[in-house]
Design a protein around this ligand. Structure first.
Ligand code: CP
Length: 304
């Protein structure tokens, strides 16, 4: 694994190695192999979990962290991303985590950069969010042991969700029984290749589910009119305690990548009283999974 851009290009073996290494970091049994390496965080889009957990992961590994300030950098004077990253490499940066609103931009700039800096996709447009899928997978294994033949239901704005796409890519490698539930205008046709099942009705979707993953409606990515307004979306798709109790299994795991829109896709009451801690544990696992990602990518170039 040279870079982490898209789960599609990561083997099952590499995914399991990351998960096992994350477990070692979480238990405290594993020490860093990448002390004194330097990580730059370049976030063109806002973030709480991804940005902070990469920063904390790097700190725990003994790395130097640069929180690259885009607005005060020479990018604002017209310097290209390629030139910026090549300069960062010569200043001593070993890896860069990029979040951007343009799908595919990280792949494109990676092809242009001539020097061996490591790239990590921190979420690009509606394309991919590979570290999120890895931490979601880690959390599922922690909670239910395996995803093979488990009913995993992803509910919400699937077509605009890089989280959903990376999760579907990953879960299909491990033979999960993947179900999507979305209003028709939020569906994404190209999931057909992954043998996923579609539901319009949320009760049917969550029936017997082992994992229910709820997504945020990505209003900022909606170009066309005709998307449901919040009240309509809430009426049709909001997951609440009563719905889970009546239709899902008792031990269903509720997940949400965050940030959650309380009382739109998930009820505030459910977050505060029943499942909020699981979702916070999901975010917490992001630190250990991102430690594993950074250690794996940067250890390869370690001098011995
Ligand atoms: N799940 C996720 O990517 O959250 P942030 O946008 O806060 O990083």
């Amino acid at each position: 694994m040279e870079h982490l851009i898209d789960i599609k290009n990561i083997s099952k073996e590499d995914i399991l190695n990351i998960v096992n290494l994350a477990k070692e970091f979480k238990s405290g049994r594993k020490n860093s192999d990448v002390e004194k390496k330097t990580l730059a965080l370049m976030f063109y889009e806002n973030s709480t979990r991804t940005r902070c957990s990469f920063e904390i992961a790097g700190q725990k590994l003994g790395m130097n962290i640069i929180n690259f300030d885009l607005s005060h950098s020479s990018l604002s004077k017209g310097e290209s991303l390629k030139d910026t990253i090549e300069n960062l490499y010569f200043l001593g940066v070993d890896a860069v985590v990029i979040r951007h609103s343009l799908s595919g931009i990280i792949n494109n700039v990676m092809r242009l950069v001539k020097y061996p800096i490591k790239f990590v996709n921190g979420g690009d447009g509606t394309h991919a969010h590979p570290s999120q899928a890895l931490l979601d997978f880690y959390t599922m294994l922690e909670k239910i042991g395996t995803v093979e033949n488990k009913k995993i239901v992803i509910i919400g704005d699937v077509s605009h969700s890089r989280v959903a796409k990376s999760n579907i890519n990953l879960l299909s490698k491990f033979n999960a029984d993947i179900h999507l539930c979305a209003p028709s205008y939020l569906e994404f046709e190209s999931f057909d290749a992954f043998n996923v099942k579609y539901h319009k009705d949320v009760k049917e979707a969550i029936s017997g589910a082992n994992v229910v993953m709820v997504l945020r409606v990505q209003n900022e990515r909606h170009e066309k009119e005709g998307y449901p307004d919040s009240l309509e979306y809430k009426r049709l798709y909001e997951i609440d305690t009563d719905l889970l109790k009546r239709y899902a299994s008792n031990d269903v795991i509720l997940m949400h990548p965050g940030p959650a829109n309380r009382n739109i896709e998930v009820s505030s009451e459910l977050l505060d009283n029943r499942v909020g801690k699981t979702i916070l544990e999901q975010a917490q696992n992001g630190v250990f999974v991102r430690m594993a990602i950074l250690n794996t990518l940067l250890k390869q170039g370690k001098e011995v």
